[in-house]
Design a protein around this ligand. Structure first.
Ligand SMILES: C[S@@+](CC[C@H](N)C(=O)[O-])C[C@H]1O[C@@H](n2cnc3c(N)ncnc32)[C@H](O)[C@@H]1O
Length: 217
């Protein structure tokens, strides 16, 4: 049970999505065989949709792992967008670099090595689309930096915001996850109560939150 939506609903929605071929299929198989957490199928489709609507020139991703979602977002843009992706795990960085080079994306996908918070503190530039998928217990700390880096009409998509349902229900809460859950609630409150932002929380996958700046009159 995902704790976020009904299993039958998840299975039905996933069944509507055609299986990936080629690169993405290979990476999905690698991730499954090596227990690497990558975005869920419906979240991948959602990112593809958002990128087709938004057509971002520059994307920032927090959490590269093996490079699956970075490559998926890059392919979704017809290989037009530039992606900057942050990862701290040396082993993941090596694998992601191999994948990015192997498929010829190294000019468009750049990995920044290090802890997200430390990299974000120093990072400059403007990003039209930011995908948060690292350090669930720190989204609230990442947010001020992400807002500074977000272009005027940019979008932030944060994954895992309902965290197996634990964020919404005490009955599902595991004791050792209390801190992460508290901080995730803080993140959701920050993006939901800030008058300058509009946020929609969607019970898809492990829960996603989509945030943009409110239009000024
Ligand atoms: C869920 S995985 C990312 C999956 C990837 N976005 C995909 O779908 O292909 C999260 C990754 O974030 C990395 N990570 C976690 N906390 C981090 C932090 N504070 N700074 C940098 N990387 C972090 C982990 O090492 C892991 O590889």
């Amino acid at each position: 049970m995902s704790g976020v939506t009904y299993d039958y609903m998840e299975q039905y929605i996933r069944g509507l999505i055609s299986p990936n071929e080629g690169i993405l299929k290979e990476l999905e198989e690698y991730a499954a065989a090596n227990s690497v957490p990558i975005i869920q199928k419906e979240v991948g489709k959602f990112l593809e949709l958002m990128i087709n609507i938004k057509k971002p020139g520059n994307i920032l991703e927090l959490g590269t792992a093996i490079g699956y979602s970075a490559i998926l977002m890059h392919l979704s843009s017809n290989c037009k967008c530039n992606i900057t992706t942050i990862e701290r795990d040396k082993n993941m960085i090596e694998i992601a670099k191999d994948n990015i080079n192997k498929y010829g994306f190294s000019e468009k996908i750049n990995i920044l090595e290090g802890d997200c918070l430390e990299v974000l503190e120093k990072l400059e530039g403007q990003f039209d689309f930011i995908f948060m998928d690292a350090g669930k217990g720190h989204y609230n700390h990442f947010l001020p930096y992400c807002l500074k880096l977000l272009s005027k009409d940019g979008i932030i998509v944060a994954d895992n915001v309902l965290f197996k349902g634990m964020v919404a229900s005490r009955d599902l809460l595991i004791r050792r996850k209390i801190t992460i859950v508290k901080r995730m609630k803080t993140y959701l409150e920050m993006i939901s109560t800030n008058d300058e932002l509009i946020t929609s929380v969607i019970p898809m996958g492990d829960g996603i939150a989509v945030t943009t700046r409110r239009l000024k009159s």
